[in-house]
Design a protein around this ligand. Sequence first.
Ligand SMILES: [Zn+2]
Length: 528
Amino acid sequence: MTGPAPVILVAATPTPNGDLHLGHLAGPYLAADIYARRLRAAGREVRYVSCTDDSQTYVVSTAARLGVTPARLTAESTAAIENSLRIMGISMAPLPPVDDRYRRAVLDFVTALHRAGRFRLRTVRLPYDEAAGRYLYDGLVGGSCPTCLAGSSGGVCEDCGHPNNYDELLDARPTGGLGPATVREARILVLPMEEYRQRLVDYFDDHPDWRPHPAQLIRELLAGPLPDIPITVPGDWGIEAPFPETPGQRLYPWIEAMPASMYATWWAGAESEQTGPVDAAWRAEAGAELVYFHGFDNTYHWGLMDLVLLMAHGDRYVLPTANVCNEFYELAGAKFSTSRGHLMRADELLAEVPRDLVRFYLTLTAPEHQRSDFTVDRLREVCRQRLVEPWHVLADALELATLTGALPTDGPLPVTADGRRRAAAITERFAGCYRLPGFSIARAAETIAGQLARLAAAVEADGLTGDLLAQLRALLAGAAPILIDAAEAAQAAGWELSTAPAAELVPVPLPRLGRPASEPVHLTEVLP
Ligand SMILES: [Zn+2]
């Protein structure tokens, strides 16, 4: 008898045209990490994966702007992304190499659809750069969104989330080039999304628990004609399309996300699994639970396009049980922007502020339902008031009790029925935050702050009791997926991060939260 199938968590595949910044990390990567840690603590096997999206044209346009080769840009960016994930404590499997095995996985995925007759040959009109002699799409073209009129790249609008395909972008011009783009025709292969309308409608009927903003976008998209998904493009970057109808063309980069995610899942598996088919864990019969984490601007891709690409394989693959979708995180009132240098990277911030404080603040202010704003000053102030000060009141009380023998007994403290009831209430509040579909890391961080304040006040009023220890233990267990270093230190100090009811508990020291050198030490005097 085998246990339940692993849970596969996929965070949006990062484009290796630069490092991840705090805006990315506070979005899908931290949310999926917290969900993964919570599931693992409950004994579930989790594969938390992603894969760099090397075929994106943003690699080409950024490399041109920086004056480096795309190969050098992807190599350096991938190393930087891996480092940022690691230092933030994001418990994702290592990013898999984008090599011949990767390309084989992508080609197997699309050639199966080609063999099954899912693609159609279409003549489309594409923006064209006459000076450079190339067709323009995605990161190669800028203009105005035909839906909301905001400035937009090709492919999808970051502001309203609507796709723009082919020649739909208004005022199209080559990225970094001069003058307007012209328009030329091209014969490409497409996958008509309209042919999957009924399956999409049925799927969204069965999965109604999207957050309101992406749910609205999905309703808007389903209300109109659904686009033809480009399968091939007349470009010179990315994987060569192997189809006789489109000689010399490349695969459209966005269609790689599903086979890339399967490949990353396979790569994260045991060595024995890596001898088997790359898509084995994603087959319907494997029974895996699949959850995506991505930003609002990826709703069309991860919510519809990738779903249709899975559906086009018939019933071969599992479909996602949920998409956890975040909004933009802003820096001091404006969008993070790599090209304008308006950004903050994880290593810059972690050089100044301990990791648990960064994770707490990013979690507390995570842009789950609307854009939220980051400043270092606000991080310092909120962490000091809502995390560090109450935490150290509790740490001081335990230090006194355990080191100075201030307690009347050096044995366990009894936990009353009321203490057990209160501990169970804390545990249930956290469970509600971490459970899909209502999953909310911001509410989990809010729960940490609220319970810390309450317990700090209680220990100042009544001293250390078994009931307080039981509640603090429940709080530490609930906070563990967010405050990862404190949780590890607490376990090392002798805390059992369990939510099981206890009749008595032995006081053990509560490790201090890391404190940046620039922040004054706060120690509450608790001696009489
Ligand atoms: Zn728009």
